[in-house]
Design a protein around this ligand. Structure first.
Ligand code: SIN
Length: 284
């Protein structure tokens, strides 16, 4: 099967046509993996996928990730519904830039999102290429972050007093489960080497990053703020516009993403899986 790949023309992202994601053979899967590593975000339009198909596709790229703080949909423990009803007034889910679950010891390599209900306006997902951001970083900023190790935590979002905490549940249609577990912390270097491409890349950002190991907050906060301003510059971004029945997979190891609004009065529903930390590609 020959796949047709059209780069977005932006800082990352490509659209892939000419493939049925329900019927992948080994060589097509390898071609998709290679395109994923090149473009970091792949969109597959016009895919008619059941939840079983979505799970099977995900497992072609790694094990399922561990999704804390979400209740899964019925009968599919690895699928979460990213849902917003037309009249919902709760804060937008995932509106801040992030790399999924970067507070875990072994964060997920990727995420798949499959669109089931797409609003006629708004609801784009934004991505920012963190390999490009590091490549273009001024030497002065790079010198100041070189060798630093970031402290990650889910507390700002998912602790009982976080954004999606105990006071949030009323009116939110997404099934989020805040927990004391969110106070845990985990260390990851600010600059990491991508395990498959070998490229250096920035990893995660302020939000899930709450400090720098061994550095006073008075020093760490402005540095993380300056770094954030660089990470999300327009020239590193890709704006993804959804169509119904579109699957998007992104590489959490080298992109950040965030949701956008602008669809008040319209429903939006996507099903999400995570591609977990894949020991096999690291051993290869
Ligand atoms: C997510 O971060 O999983 C959701 C992104 C979106 O809703 O656009």
């Amino acid at each position: 099967m020959t796949i047709d790949i059209t780069p977005s023309g932006q800082a990352c992202g490509a659209t892939v046509r000419g493939v049925d994601l329900r019927a992948l053979d080994g060589s097509t899967t390898a071609a998709i993996r290679s395109a994923w590593l090149d473009h970091k975000v792949l969109a597959f339009p016009d895919q008619d996928l059941t939840d079983d198909d979505l799970e099977a596709f995900t497992l072609r790229f790694g094990p399922f990730g561990d999704d804390p703080f979400f209740a899964p949909i019925d009968d599919h423990p690895h699928i979460a519904a990213i849902r917003r009803t037309a009249d919902e007034t709760s804060s937008l889910f995932a509106e801040n830039w992030h790399a999924d679950w970067s507070f875990q010891e072994y964060p997920p390599d990727g995420t798949c999102l499959y669109s089931k209900i797409v609003p006629p306006v708004g609801g784009d997902t934004l991505y920012t290429n963190q390999q490009a951001a590091l490549d273009a970083m001024p030497a002065d900023l790079r010198d100041r972050i070189e060798g630093l190790v970031a402290i990650h935590s889910a507390r700002g979002g998912y602790a009982p007093d976080g954004t999606y905490g105990d006071d949030d549940a009323a009116g939110r249609s997404m099934q989020i489960r805040p927990s004391e577990d969110a106070y845990a912390t985990q260390l990851h270097p600010l600059i990491r080497t991508h395990p498959e491409t070998g490229a250096e890349t920035l990893y995660s950002t302020i939000g899930y990053i709450i400090g720098i190991d061994g550095m006073d907050d008075d020093e760490a906060r402005p540095l993380l703020g300056e770094l954030y301003g660089w990470q999300i510059r327009d020239e590193f971004q890709y704006r993804h516009r959804w169509e119904p029945n579109m699957l998007v997979m992104w590489d959490n190891r080298c992109v950040l993403h965030r949701a956008t609004g602008g669809y008040e009065g319209h429903e939006r529903l996507l099903h999400r899986t995570t591609i977990g930390y894949n020991a096999d590609v690291r051993a290869a």
